[in-house]
Design a protein around this ligand. Structure first.
Ligand SMILES: [Zn+2]
Length: 159
């Protein structure tokens, strides 16, 4: 039922896709996790919008809260479910918050925009012995960006 769907910003550029979005979500009580049932890439749900794949937790924030505020480009979970899209479990945040011990606070930046990884993340990527695609998925960056970080073509100033 449409009436049971959460409110969306009427001026959101994504509003035309809200049915397609919520129809793929297991909507539960207001405080529970709402899990994405649609396509996923790695640990994150993905939805296609105007030819681009967008992480669904990010999409949920864009739809219900709006664009990220300046300096807070990451879509962060306060719960441990990377496929949860309950807007009350999500917030726009800063990369430093994402570098904490609590791995449940995963975040992603929009595809095509260079993520603000932070120096700690860059050092961690350089020491990471796992395969490129695995690292890329964890930080939601491209594999070639992982390569540039490792070969020090990017983040040259970080030692
Ligand atoms: Zn949740």
């Amino acid at each position: 039922m449409i009436s049971s769907f959460p409110g969306v910003l009427s001026n959101s550029p994504y509003v035309g896709s809200y049915l397609r979005f919520w129809n793929q979500v297991e909507i539960q009580g207001p405080d529970e996790c709402w899990l994405w049932k649609g396509n996923t890439r790695g640990r994150y749900g993905q939805i296609k919008f105007e030819g681009k794949q967008i992480s669904v937790h990010r999409f949920s924030l864009l739809l219900t809260v709006g664009s990220p505020p300046t300096g807070k480009p990451w879509a962060l979970h306060s719960c441990r479910n990377t496929t949860c899209v309950n807007p009350t479990h999500l917030e726009w945040g800063t990369p430093s918050k994402n570098n904490g011990e609590d791995r449940s606070r995963d975040g992603t930046t929009p595809s095509g925009i260079k993520p603000h990884l932070g120096e700690d993340a860059v050092r961690a990527i350089r020491l990471d012995k796992r395969k490129g695609p695995v690292i890329a998925e964890q930080y939601d960056i491209t594999e070639s960006y992982v390569g540039r970080i490792k070969s020090r073509k990017s983040w040259k100033n970080v030692t």
